[in-house]
Write a protein that binds this ligand. Structure first.
Ligand code: PEP
Ligand code: MG
Length: 759
């Protein structure tokens, strides 16, 4: 408690200083007097960042002639090290430290011990507060914490007085922090350079000194209440989605959220006179310092959870709840998040997003499909993301090489520029095949269509030379809307897409909502599901809410007037569902005809094959359909019983495994026999080697991510499909063949262009 009262006394006196009418420099002089006296130290000094240098601004104990004369660069001397690392130094013998530099003008040769803390604003050091003693001694935790508290208050004073330029501080920090390379998993290929922006920005603390301690106590009390409610609600939902990893994480969260020690420490900090925000941050700084000193990865992760909770508490108490998207982002943003939902990503303007980096993430999660559609590179499963990257850090996302370069050095930037040129060259090469058909060396013509879902995706048709849109995910419009899109808006989108496609075919998939594409305004109280991917989603939801489906059907029929309209239903599990959906659209066609509306010349109906059960009833289904399209994302998820959004399962099962390839072969054979065109529209087809495998199975049409069109066309044009198809037939009929390795070897032997095939 002595510590609390010492800190409280310092804060009380600082409060008086800040309230006084004197100028900022005079105030700094008073602060060093207070600190020196209250901590019984012989020297107390304040260094502030000015023109990129740390300049001695005020001191008690060092020679006054040194004020505004002693200047150190970031990283130079003990003061420079503290500012550059934003970490505390506590030394019994300052001269023994390798970074010690002697400044004769200060007269500091008389002093042995040294303790310094950074003065931080918006994550950047703007100065250093240091104390020194003649006797060699270690400063105890209480003294260091008192210094840190003073530093917090100083940060507000210094900023208020305009003594340092914040933007300069950010630049200085960027220049002084170590560059790093963090490994990750390529989720969307690409290369991007920009500046770190947190999806949930850190809270900016404007006021550190409280006017009314009781009021701050009650603010923090109610914030804890709200945070605990949120965690309990999350736990409640986790009950529905079962146990496992997610549950363990929440358990720890809950334990921390209810931890008395944590709330007590925050209250003690408030007792010293800090505001609720400053107190939370004060305690958080201690957690961070502990995090850095712990090697055990498990414990480190737990402390990261606590850090996360501190941020949540700070957001609640400060009312700064918005995401970066809601606050507006800069035009060279690299978005940083633990994980994102597709709707959250769609809130961002893709022109400004140069990359996304996630701590979690899995290849076929819808957010990744959205990112791919937006053309934004994504790197996932980057460990240490939140401890090693700060808001405003310069970053290079090199997804192809699975790396995030943090605060890159000039050499890295040069190599990034070289890579960009290379990529541009590659793009030129793909552009060269843009207007050429995808015909294999042995004369087989395949169609390369593209997947789309956003309003301006259709432009990619021209850019890529795709043969059409083989999958238009209509639910994206629902995901970006806060309310149900009205029929007119749906119709306008469909018409714009058809206009852009001109004579090329477009396949509209009716809404596939549910699973990881939840839309709040379509959920009711009963929609809490234990397993949403296998729940009330897609066609099941649409047939259960026929009014919704009818509106979409009318919008499609109206937009398709005068042309051929292709309508496809997602998640068909049994043939009757297809029949019912088709009948529903037909009923609307009849209605519009009665009302005298212009209608499509023809309507073609297709089913997505993505539920394994449907494959057993293809003999019933195929005669009803005009075409089918295999959704390998969901089909893989259901075949392997492996959640497509679970990062832990992300690369456990291979698209080139016999299980998948044999099932696909079965579908292709059945469809050919029935005379029904079968296409593949999952992410699998966007990868050159996988696409090649599909073609050897007899697939003649793929619908893939726009970025894949060029590479896949180039691949087809360099392949001789006949011999590879024959080889594939043999491999699939033999047990224990590593089809990936075998096909890769055969393709390489043929000189097939596989581009960015691996990974
Ligand atoms: C699929 O499941 O493979 C598919 C194409 O649909 P979506 O990814 O939208 O579920
Ligand atoms: Mg699907």
């Amino acid at each position: 408690m002595a510590a609390v009262s010492a800190a409280r006394e310092i804060l009380r006196r600082l409060h008086e200083v800040m309230a006084a009418k004197s100028g900022a420099e005079a105030k700094l002089n008073q602060v060093v007097q207070i600190v020196a006296r209250e901590l019984s130290s012989e020297v107390a000094s304040i260094y502030l960042l000015r023109d990129g240098m740390l300049e001695l601004f005020a001191t008690r104990g060092l020679a006054q002639e040194a004020v505004h004369v002693t200047r150190l660069s970031m990283g130079q001397g003990l003061v420079g090290v503290i500012a550059a690392s934003r970490e505390v130094l506590n030394l019994a013998e300052a001269k023994a430290h390798p970074d010690f530099v002697y400044r004769p003008e200060t007269g500091e040769e008389d002093y042995h011990s040294f303790a310094g803390v950074p003065i931080v604003r918006r994550e950047s050091a703007i100065g250093v507060l240091a104390v020194q003693h003649r006797e060699p001694r270690d400063y105890d935790e209480v003294e260091i914490e008192a210094l840190q508290t003073v530093a917090m208050v100083l940060s507000e004073l210094i900023h208020g007085a305009g003594l340092v330029d914040d933007s300069q501080a950010a630049k200085a920090r960027a220049a002084s922090s170590e560059p790093m390379r963090l490994p990750g998993l390529k989720l969307v290929d690409g290369l991007g350079r920009g500046v770190a922006v947190f999806h949930q920005p850190r809270v900016i603390i404007e006021h550190t000194v409280a006017d009314d301690t009781e009021a701050e106590r009650s603010r923090v009390y109610s914030a804890f209440g709200r945070m605990r409610e949120q965690i309990d609600a999350m736990m409640g939902q986790a009950e529905f989605v079962g146990g496992g990893d997610h549950h363990d994480v929440l358990d720890t969260y809950k334990m921390f959220a209810y931890d008395e020690g944590w709330s007590r420490r925050i209250n003690e900090a408030i007792d010293t006179g800090l505001t609720a925000e400053a107190a939370i941050e004060r305690v958080q700084a201690r957690t961070r310092a502990r995090m850095r000193s712990i090697d055990d990865p498990y414990l480190r992760e737990r402390l990261t959870d606590l850090d996360d909770l501190s941020n949540r508490l700070l957001r609640i108490v400060s009312g700064q709840l918005g995401t970066a998207a809601q606050m507006g982002i800069r035009d060279d943003t690299i978005l940083i998040a633990r994980n994102l939902g597709p709707a959250e990503l769609l809130e961002y303007d893709k022109r400004y997003l140069k990359g996304v980096v996630l701590e979690e993430g899995s290849l076929t999660a819808h957010v990744i499909i959205v990112a791919r559609a937006m053309g934004v590179p994504v790197l996932g499963r980057v460990r240490g993301l939140f401890s090693d990257v700060s808001e405003g850090d310069e970053l290079i996302v090199d997804a192809a090489n699975g790396a995030l370069l943090v605060r890159p050095q000039a050499a890295m930037i040069t190599s990034y520029q070289a890579m960009s040129v290379l990529k541009a060259k590659q793009a030129e090469k793909f552009a060269a095949v843009r207007d050429l058909p995808a015909i294999s060396r042995d004369g087989r013509r395949v169609a390369i269509m593209m997947n789309a879902g956003l309003a301006d995706d259709a432009q990619a048709l021209e850019l890529t030379g795709a043969d059409g849109i083989g999958l238009f995910r209509t639910e994206f419009q629902f995901l970006v809307s806060a309310t149900l899109p009205r029929r007119e808006r749906q119709q306008a989108l469909y018409r714009a897409v058809l206009d852009a496609a001109d004579t090329r075919p477009v396949v509209f998939r009716t809404i596939d909502i549910g699973g990881d594409k939840a839309v709040p305004y379509l959920l009711d109280g009963n929609d809490q599901e234990e397993n949403p991917a296998m729940g009330w989603r897609a066609l099941r939801l649409a047939l259960g809410r026929p009014a919704l489906m009818k509106i979409q059907a009318r919008a499609l029929l109206e937009a398709g007037a005068g042309r051929t309209l292709n309508v496809m239903f997602p998640m068909v599990s049994e043939p009757w569902e297809f029949a019912e959906a088709k009948a529903l659209v037909e009923s609307q066609r009849a209605l519009l005809a009665r009302q005298g509306h212009a209608l499509p010349l023809a309507v073609r109906y297709g089913a997505m094959i993505e539920v394994p059960a449907l494959i057993e009833t293809l003999d019933t289904l195929l005669p009803m359909t005009d075409f089918v399209s295999v959704g390998t994302n969901d089909l893989t998820q259901f075949l392997f019983a492996a959640d497509r959004a679970n990062p832990r399962l992300a690369d456990r099962y291979d698209w080139m495994s016999p299980a998948i390839l044999r099932v696909l072969r079965r579908i292709v054979v059945a469809a050919k026999a029935a005379g029904v065109p079968a296409t593949v529209c999952g992410e699998m087809g966007g990868r050159p080697l996988e696409a090649l495998a599909l073609m050897t199975l007899g697939v003649d049409t793929l619908s893939i991510t726009p970025a894949g069109v060029g590479p896949i066309k180039a691949m087809v044009r360099s392949a001789e499909l006949g011999p590879l198809s024959a080889a594939m037939a043999v491999w699939l009929d033999s047990p224990n063949v590593d089809v990936r390795a075998a096909l890769l070897a055969a393709a390489k032997a043929q000189g097939v262009e596989l581009g960015w095939s691996r990974g």
